[in-house]
Design a protein around this ligand. Structure first.
Ligand code: PDD
Length: 294
């Protein structure tokens, strides 16, 4: 697979894309990032993802040096250079290169954009669904590293995924340090109970997903009762339907949580399927506007 990379404004092939071993993203995970994608040569919810990138920077005390409109142009130019009409885009801003000490003086930040073909998930993940595991690894406490900052340090999530995979599941759901449901390794978590849609409140310690915000809006405009609140692990186990959201996966059903089986086909999860349909329509409407086409 070939990945087109933009490093500080220069478009490079995968082989020639190199940054310094003194970069603080490499040294300390001292960076932030965001992920979005395009469809029909047009980026999906780019404004929302860039708003979050700036918010992640704020949460780690970093002021992004690059003007936002320059970053947008680089994303569009790199996507165009890739020759692909459906791309996955990852934007990383690191605090820059420094000596081997952790102090956050003013450095020249590195801005790296990766463009590759958008991920094609196995269709069975949408028809049958995902198998998740509630892992023992807790999500970072908000007072240590706020999960709402999409930082380049994903070791917490990597360890959770490792634990889930070791138990035979596809991916992990983490609780916060109080044992309440927080989120997945790279996605937000949702449940349906007695016709109501529930998702953990952001106070539970999670990344406020762009997809999550869109699904909340969809519930509002379709008169679906939605509650953002604390969710216990027992409530999640006892749910009627469970699904996850992320930019790259959209709405993906969960058929199994550890040994609990919810539903193994789409007929058995009507609310998840209705939301999925509305979400796909919303994306199509957004793409048709072509705000960030290349
Ligand atoms: N992950 N929670 C975490 C920890 C995430 O990493 C992500 C996104 C989400 C969902 O956010 P959104 O709906 O904005 O994609 C929630 C991206 C896809 C990633 O890191 O690849």
């Amino acid at each position: 697979m070939s990945i087109t990379v933009n490093i500080n404004g220069e478009i490079l092939s995968q082989e020639n894309a190199k940054i310094s071993v003194f970069d603080r993203g490499f040294l300390f995970g001292d960076s932030i990032y965001d992920v979005t994608y395009s469809q029909s040569n047009s980026f999906v919810f780019l404004d929302e993802h860039l708003d979050r990138l700036w918010n992640s920077a704020r949460l780690i005390g970093m002021e992004i040096q690059l003007p936002r409109e320059v970053l947008v142009q680089r994303i569009l130019d790199t996507a165009k250079a890739s020759g692909l009409d459906e791309v996955y885009a990852r934007i990383i801003v690191t605090r820059g290169e420094s000596d081997l000490n952790i102090s956050t003086d003013q450095y020249q930040q590195n801005v790296v954009i990766y463009i590759k073909p958008n991920i094609k998930y196995d269709p069975a993940l949408y028809t049958r669904g995902l198998h998740l595991s509630l892992v023992s690894r807790a999500r970072n406490d908000r007072r240590s590293l706020d999960p709402n900052a999409k930082s380049g340090n994903y070791l917490n999530n990597i360890l959770a995924l490792q634990e889930a995979r070791n138990s035979g599941a596809d991916d992990a759901v983490m609780t916060n340090t109080n044992g309440e449901v927080a989120e997945g390794t790279t996605f937000n978590i949702w449940m349906v109970k007695d016709g109501k849609v529930l998702t953990p409140h952001h106070d539970s310690g999670l990344l406020r997903g762009v997809t999550r915000a869109k699904v909340i809006d969809i519930c509002g405009s379709n008169d679906v009762v939605l509650e953002e609140r604390t969710i216990t692990t027992q409530e999640l186990i006892d749910a009627d339907e469970v699904f996850i959201t992320s930019a790259t996966k959209g709405i993906m059903p969960v058929y199994k949580l550890d040994s609990k089986i919810y539903a193994e086909n789409s007929d058995q999860r009507p609310i998840t399927e209705a939301l999925r349909k509305s979400y796909i329509e919303l994306i199509q409407e957004h793409i048709n506007k072509g705000t960030y086409s290349y």
